[in-house]
Design a protein around this ligand. Sequence first.
Ligand code: GLN
Length: 490
Amino acid sequence: MSLNQLTIAELATRLASREISSREIMQSCLDQIARVDGKIHAFISYDAADALAQAETADRAIAAGAVHANRPLLGIPIAIKDVMAVQNQPLNCGSRVLGNFKSPYDATVIEKLKAAGAIVFGRCNMDEFAMGSSTENSAFGVTHNPWDTSRIPGGSSGGSAAAVAADETIASLGTDTGGSIRQPAALCGVVGLKPTYGRVSRYGLVAFASSLDQVGPFAKNVSDAAALLGVLSGHDPKDSTSVPHPVPNYANALDGNIRGLKLGLPKEYLVGGLDPEVKSAVDTAVKTFEKLGAQIVGISLPHTDYAVAVYYIIATAEASANLARFDGVRYGARVEGKDFWDLYSRTRGAGFGGEVKRRVILGTYVLSSGYHDAYYLRAQKVRTLIRRDFLNAFETVDAIVTPTSPTPAFKIGEKSGDPLQMYLSDIFTISCNLAGICGISVPCGFTQKPKLPIGLQLLGKPFGEETLLRLAHAYEQETSWHTHKPKLES
Ligand code: GLN
């Protein structure tokens, strides 16, 4: 296998023994990008010279005695969704509205990656302002699924997921507001983890829905995801919603022992519209967990039916407020007008795409006087009930298992004309964000024809990432789905 196909753990061992250099790893990723990204379009842009310079810095640090025990990502390329601030790099959020804006500072997660020695490179394509499930809503074009380029990679972090699946990077960061890490991870056949709300700092992440957004990793296996989560996690005085819980050593949870853990199977998740091949792969995965010693318990999450509706009220309400700042006055693209109202409306009219406009209008509506109580306030109350469903379930089970997405990757264009169909593709992932809990998606099989990845979702208690990683890792050790690679033609 070439270097770009290896995991963080494998590369760290070879770097430490000086068998390879970080420059060679980075070059191998850049070669793969040159070979396949014309078809995949996982990246909006990348700065090869800067990436190689960072790799050389890592090589010098290794030569001077720096070790992975202290800097776990030393010399490892990590690609970034275009919604996180990286100093002196473009920041567009998949939108035209930011023009040629460059970020003057690093997001906390970026600072942490850099401190851990990572090569932070590339701007991964995404649905505009993370609104979407297919990466078709980007001002920079569509990203294609590496397993079948006529299909979507999932979204909104489709570029980050596709880049890992196509071995264009070793790992990447995405964000998850309603499923945007887990769903594309499932559809691209990689591991994706959404941390508990408050586990990872949001400082320097451009906000979509502030009470739902979390940054998390995409990786080739569970242990790499654990390593990244360890780097990203922790309290940040710059984000008052980040929580001062100590960060565990997540690698310690990867001992393969899940005997006696209780896994909840919610009856509400066997919905119509669930693809039979997805259902059968998840059923088989559940049997594997049983075989490994976990106990399967039927549970109920009675307010599940309301999740999509509640999400599209709360997320759009928050988005309409958060996106007010893109007005062409202080930064980003500007379309001049006869007065400042005219300037605002021209700038926003030209700068935002259709889905973003739909959500700003919807969000403004649910917050408007007269409707605020009927929609926004009511949705907040139901959100509390949804969270309570999970907390009740977690009194009897250690984690919950579901499909990540009701279907495998669909065709480009198949749902883009029907927002409701698109919104329903997040039916299994959205509740996790509303409840503020953590979730992971791991590969659990493939459809027959065409061969498309299927993802298994595990949901955990608030700050229960160790249990999720323990379960996901034990499952991964027992199966080989994560080792399959798409056949990529250059
Ligand atoms: N697909 C969902 C949406 O369109 C979730 C997106 C996300 O998690 N950023 O809002």
